[in-house]
Design a binder for this molecule. Structure first.
Ligand SMILES: CCCCCCCCCC(=O)SCCNC(=O)CCNC(=O)[C@H](O)C(C)(C)COP(=O)(O)OP(=O)(O)OC[C@H]1O[C@@H](n2cnc3c(N)ncnc32)[C@H](O)[C@@H]1OP(=O)(O)O
Length: 240
């Protein structure tokens, strides 16, 4: 079991963490991941937060940080996140017309500011996805023989999407914690085990407390084997 983390916010965690050398070495062995991991990539490699131990008395994330954090379930997993500049632009894009803006300074974005954001986007390195989970899936995650269990794939989408939304919440807690209220998973092709996969997710739009996300799972052949759409709702201010 690893040492409990001591970051006070998810944003601080993203800014100051780096994926472990052993995980990076492992994923670098897969040539199809090279564009995502190379120095020219628009993404930074960070630990997969849900996998981190939160402390003996803290039951947060136990499913991910203990139950499926073993050599015969998920031996390796890291997250790829866009740089701060790109995230800031995405915030402007997503919250320009929404009442759920994660920062009061981003409310009431004017047409001029939108134009400026578009110009900035042209010069900032573009990240197609808001969050990518790279994961190895080992044989004990099977449903059908040598095939990943569908429930596990749903859990991976849910978690990746949760991490994705967390990156857009600001440290000032202007947006309350978000919860999945709907997750629609489409199983298009079997997901063979063992294997290495990328789960790529993106916030499609926000409206008030509601956020819509989409995601897809691909392996080295680039085939979208599973896709998902979800709706997240931010808790009301002052709690549930
Ligand atoms: C770094 C961090 C990483 C975190 C990763 C976490 C990943 C794990 C995430 C999860 O698995 S969360 C666990 C599963 N989800 C839950 O347990 C949530 C259970 N649901 C709730 O607790 C409540 O629904 C919730 C607090 C989220 C919202 O209740 P509210 O009473 O505040 O909201 P309300 O029911 O008024 O709904 C708000 C809006 O959402 C809409 N809505 C709610 N549920 C919906 C639904 N299922 N489908 C469609 N629309 C829905 C609802 O119609 C409404 O739309 P309008 O504002 O337009 O009227």
């Amino acid at each position: 079991m690893s040492t409990p983390h001591n970051w006070t916010t998810y944003t601080a965690f993203l800014r100051t963490s780096r994926a472990s050398e052993s995980d990076l070495k492992y994923f670098a062995l897969h040539p199809w991941l090279a564009p995502l991991l190379s120095p020219g990539s628009p993404y930074r490699s960070v630990p997969f937060f849900s996998r981190l131990e939160k402390g003996e008395n803290n039951t947060l994330d136990r499913f991910f940080n203990r139950v499926i954090n073993t050599n015969d379930t998920i031996p390796h997993a890291i997250a790829l996140v866009p740089g701060d500049e790109w995230l800031a632009l995405r915030r402007k894009e997503l919250f320009a017309s929404s009442t759920s803006s994660p920062s009061s300074s981003q409310q009431n974005v004017t047409g001029e500011e939108k134009e400026q954001a578009t110009t900035e986007q042209e010069t900032t390195q573009k990240a197609e996805y808001d969050f990518i989970l790279l994961t190895s899936l080992a044989p004990s995650l099977s449903g059908f023989t040598d095939t990943a269990h569908g429930g596990l794939l749903s859990a991976l989408f849910d978690e990746a999407m949760g991490c994705c939304t967390a990156a857009f919440r600001n440290d000032d807690d202007a947006v309350q914690e978000l919860f999945t209220v709907n997750l629609n998973v489409t199983y298009r092709r079997p997901v063979p085990l063992p294997g290495v996969y990328a789960i790529r997710v993106r916030v499609e739009k926000t409206e008030g407390r509601k956020w819509w996300l989409k995601g897809e799972l691909v392996g080295g052949d680039g085939v979208v084997r599973t896709s998902a759409e979800s709706l997240w709702v931010a808790a009301r201010k002052g709690g549930l």
